[in-house]
Write a protein that binds this ligand. Structure first.
Ligand code: SAM
Length: 199
C-alpha cells in the first residue's frame, strides 16, 4: 500500500503538480469529461493548487477559473485565473463579486476537507457541511447542464447529501478514484447535467 501511495506522490512531483490529489480529478475528468476548453470553473478548497493547475491546462486561453481556499495559494494558474483566500462560509464581498463576475460556471468542484480532529463522526459531519455549502454555491452559480463534484468523508450524511442533488441534476453518482488512498474514507459525489429549479 505504501508503494501505491508513493507512486502518485512521486508522479505528482515529476509532473510538477503541487499535490497527488491531481490524479483524482484526472480520473474523474477521463471518465466524465468534466473539463473542456473555454469553460468557466469554480474550484473550492483549491490549495495547494493541483486541481486548479490541471483545470487551467484543460481550459485553454478562453477559459476562466476561480480558485478559493482558506489558505493562500502560491501556485500560479495563468492570466485567466482568479485566486481568493477566504472561507466559503464567509459571504466575503470579494467572493460574491468574483462569483458574479466569472460565473455562471460550467463546473463547480470541491475537494474541500476539514482539518480533521480524529473523531470520526465529527470529521464526517464537518465534511458534509462543506459539501452542503459547495452544493449551495453550485446551485446558485452553475450554468444549465453544468456539472458538480464534491469530496465527502463517507458516513451517515453521505447518502442524504447524494439524494439532495437528485432534484437538480440529470444524473447523480458516486466515484472512488483509484488514486484515492485505499484506507481513506473519502469518496466523490457527482451531479451531472444541472437543471435549475422551475419557478
Ligand atoms: C485536500 S485539500 C485540496 C487539495 C486541492 N484540490 C489540490 O488539488 O491541491 C482541502 C482544502 O480545503 C480547504 N478548506 C477547508 N475548509 C474550507 C473553507 N471553509 N473554505 C475554503 N477552503 C476550505 C483547506 O484549506 C484545504 O486546502
Amino acid at each position: 500500500m505504501k508503494q501505491y501511495q508513493d507512486h502518485y506522490f512521486k508522479k505528482a512531483k515529476q509532473e510538477n503538480y503541487p499535490a497527488r490529489a491531481v490524479y483524482k480529478l484526472q480520473e474523474m475528468n477521463n471518465k466524465f469529461k468534466l473539463l473542456k476548453p473555454g469553460m468557466a470553473v469554480l474550484d473550492l478548497g483549491a490549495a495547494p493548487g493541483s486541481w486548479s493547475l490541471y483545470a487551467s491546462q484543460k481550459l485553454g486561453d478562453k477559459g476562466r477559473l476561480l480558485a478559493v481556499d482558506l489558505q493562500e495559494i502560491q501556485q500560479g494558474f495563468g492570466p485567466l485565473a482568479t485566486v481568493l483566500a477566504c472561507d466559503v462560509f464567509s459571504d466575503a464581498p470579494e467572493l460574491t463579486a468574483a462569483l458574479a463576475e466569472i460565473g455562471p460556471f460550467d463546473l463547480v468542484m470541491s475537494d474541500m476537507a476539514p482539518a480533521t480532529i480524529g473523531i470520526k463522526f465529527a470529521d464526517q459531519a464537518r465534511s458534509a457541511a462543506l459539501c452542503e455549502r459547495a452544493r449551495d454555491l453550485a446551485l446558485a452559480n452553475l450554468k444549465f447542464h453544468g456539472n458538480f463534484v464534491a469530496k465527502i468523508f463517507e458516513g451517515p450524511d453521505s447518502k442524504p447529501f447524494k439524494e439532495s442533488l437528485r432534484p437538480h441534476f440529470d444524473t447523480v453518482r458516486g466515484f472512488k478514484p483509484k488514486s484515492s488512498r485505499s484506507e481513506s474514507k473519502e469518496t466523490f459525489i457527482l451531479g451531472l447535467g444541472f437543471r435549475p429549479a422551475r419557478g
